[in-house]
Ligand binder design. Structure first.
Ligand SMILES: NC(=O)c1ccc[n+]([C@@H]2O[C@H](COP(=O)([O-])OP(=O)(O)OC[C@H]3O[C@@H](n4cnc5c(N)ncnc54)[C@H](OP(=O)(O)O)[C@@H]3O)[C@@H](O)[C@H]2O)c1
Length: 264
């Protein structure tokens, strides 16, 4: 179990050797959300020879793949019954899962933008963000609980965001997104404590994917943006490297795409 007081980098300085589920011959993965990073994670997993089956869960089927290992399953984060139905559909196909990565998130939509100031907050936007950015995670954990619990290594990872770090919040703004990613972090950390007893094979981790080119980030990356912007493919490769480096027994941690811990 990760110490509360001394989070350490998991960046490997040695030759890259995958730990855990990625090393298994015949691992099964679920990617929740078929956006830019979700699609890139699926593509990266499909290049792994050990991958047996992959399921991509989302509202629409975006990533056409002729690969017979891939199945698209409908899921809408705003319809809890669809999460249960998706988990049942996956359980019809495989007996165990080794990797569930939640990539669903909302920063803006057709009718809402991130709030710059207090007067921009509406109850509706805050509640919708909470449903999509936070509530989905425990519903996924409920749905996939029995498939993840076995005697092989497994990971439940969820894409959070550095701006969801309460300790890191120096700029303010983006009330709903920040608050609901922070709520997701707490739900994840609490789940890690429960599964640290009941699901000892599962590492539960929150991940910041970096600033990544995607429909979610596009309106906020100006031409003069000074920080590094990753392609979805770069982010996916880095995130899989982080997951590969997670040691068995490490759980309840929050890492960025480089494997550096982020304060909660
Ligand atoms: N891009 C970045 O710079 C960045 C930085 C920090 C954190 N993140 C996090 O990374 C994750 C992936 O984001 P991304 O950059 O890949 O953006 P993206 O391409 O916009 O992907 C977001 C995905 O969330 C899905 N989604 C939203 N509401 C949903 C719902 N009700 N039910 C099912 N799916 C829903 C979207 O589905 P539809 O396609 O059907 O709308 C989309 O596939 C998010 O959690 C985001 O908060 C991204």
């Amino acid at each position: 179990m990760e110490s509360e007081n001394s989070p350490s980098s998991i960046r490997s300085t040695e030759s890259p050797v995958d730990n855990g589920f990625l090393q298994l011959a015949g691992f099964n993965a679920v990617i929740v959300g078929n956006g830019a990073i979700g699609g890139a994670l699926l593509a990266a997993l499909l290049r792994r020879p050990g991958l047996q089956r992959a399921f991509i869960l989302g509202r629409t089927q975006k990533h056409d793949s002729n690969d017979p290992r891939v199945t698209h399953v409908y899921l809408d984060a705003e319809a809890p019954e669809s999460v249960t139905a998706a988990a049942i559909a996956v359980a019809d196909e495989v007996e165990r899962l080794h990797c569930v990565i939640n990539t669903v998130g909302m920063l803006h939509s057709e009718d809402c933008q991130p709030e710059k100031r207090l007067r921009d907050i509406t109850a509706g936007q805050l509640q919708r963000s909470f449903t999509i950015n936070a509530v989905l995670l425990p519903l996924l954990a409920q749905g996939f609980s029995s498939l993840l619990r076995h005697d092989e290594p497994a990971v439940l990872a969820s894409l959070s965001a550095r701006v969801g770090s309460i300790a890191d919040n120096k700029l303010g703004g983006w009330y709903s997104y920040r608050a609901t990613k922070a709520a997701q972090n707490m739900l994840l950390r609490t789940l890690s404590r429960e599964w640290g007893v009941s699901h000892r094979n599962v590492s539960v981790v929150a991940l910041h994917p970096g600033t990544v080119e995607s429909p979610l980030s596009e309106p906020f990356i100006s031409r003069g943006y000074r920080n590094r912007v990753l392609t979805p493919e770069e982010s996916a490769a880095a995130l899989l490297k982080v997951l590969a480096d997670v040691r068995p027994g490490t759980t309840g941690a929050f890492y960025d795409w480089q494997g550096e811990p982020i304060p909660w």
